[in-house]
Design a protein around this ligand. Structure first.
Ligand SMILES: [Zn+2]
Length: 319
């Protein structure tokens, strides 16, 4: 039984890898650009990263991969729009080439496991991680185990519908929380407010209004920017109330760059709205909402721990 593993996190732009120990501590790192729209090159790059780690350690350490997209329980990437892949049996392809078992799962799900085992969720067996970046991802850990659902597509918290028929979401539906509380949505909500010529805001003077410009303006006290981030918090709270009604977790973690940047204005409205909308809110304690702590390491740490048999998912049969 190995005491180290290789965790790999494949995002839209970066492919990160890290050798970790059984406590989820990072021992060494490797980082490359993600080859997009080229599944063959993606697989060759992964083989190179894995073989070079095996050479460096002198050991065929277990390998876990988190990837942005819909991943089946047997490690096939059904749909990965950010990386431009469809129906890629990644766990099988890597496993055959390497003659070793490789675990593949959704990136936000493995990040949730990383935070639960080695980050902000240590000592909490039940938690929900919502990652807020360009889009909104999610992962659920219940009883210390990753929730994958029957197909592997469970935990897609970004597509909880908070406003039926509302703003269009990149997934094709309308009214998902991703359409109201992602980094892209922060920019879009701000641009909508600027359509009214009476709106006074320093955002009006900028060529581009996206998430980072809105949080920077909020920092300078711009009221429109602050209102946008409070509105984002409200919609996030609506989604969190549904998640808590279903899952009743001990803790809710918010991860991703946009969450950290927007937190000073977003967190309180999210807490307030979530608490108000929980069933039986007068007779219960709402779970705490707090920021995740592992940052960009959450994915590699979770993927590595998954490979060490931390949970059953994505082609690994060991618990
Ligand atoms: Zn959606």
């Amino acid at each position: 039984m190995s005491t180290r593993s290789l965790g790999i996190d494949i995002g839209g732009t970066q492919l990160r890898a890290a050798l970790i120990d059984t406590h989820g501590r990072v021992l060494s790192r490797d980082r490359r650009p993600t080859p997009a729209d080229d599944p063959g090159l993606l697989v060759r790059t992964l083989l190179e990263v894995i073989r070079s780690a095996w050479e460096r350690t002198g050991e065929r350490v277990p390998v876990g991969v988190g990837i942005a997209g819909l991943v089946t329980v047997d490690g096939t990437v059904r749909y990965g729009p950010n990386i431009g892949i469809r129906d890629l049996p990644l766990a099988t392809l890597l496993g055959e080439e390497l003659d070793a078992e490789v675990v593949v799962a959704n990136d936000a799900s493995v990040a949730a496991l990383g935070e639960q085992r080695a980050g902000a969720g240590v000592d909490h067996a039940d938690l929900v991680l919502v990652t807020i970046g360009t889009g909104v991802g999610g992962g659920v850990v219940i009883g210390g185990r990753l929730l994958t659902g029957t197909t592997g597509f469970g935990g897609e918290l970004g597509h909880v519908i908070v406003n039926e028929g509302g703003r269009p979401c990149p997934c094709g539906n309308r009214g998902c929380v991703e359409a109201y509380a992602s980094g892209s949505a922060i920019g879009a909500l701000a641009r909508d407010r600027l359509v009214d010529p009476m709106t006074v805001s320093r955002l009006r003077d900028l060529d581009r209004v996206a998430g980072p410009e809105v949080t920077a303006a909020a920092q300078d006290g711009d009221e429109v920017a602050i209102e946008v981030l409070e509105e984002v918090g409200h919609w996030l709270g609506v989604a969190l109330a549904s998640m808590v009604n279903v899952l009743d977790p001990e803790l809710i973690l918010l991860g991703g760059g946009a969450a950290a940047a927007a937190a000073p204005w977003m967190l309180e409205p999210a807490r307030r709205t979530m608490t108000q909308r929980l069933v039986g809110s007068a007779w219960r304690e709402a779970p705490d909402i707090t920021l995740a702590v592992l940052g960009d390491d959450a994915g590699v740490v979770g993927a590595g721990l998954l490979a060490l048999g931390a949970a059953t998912v994505g082609g690994s049969g060991t618990a």
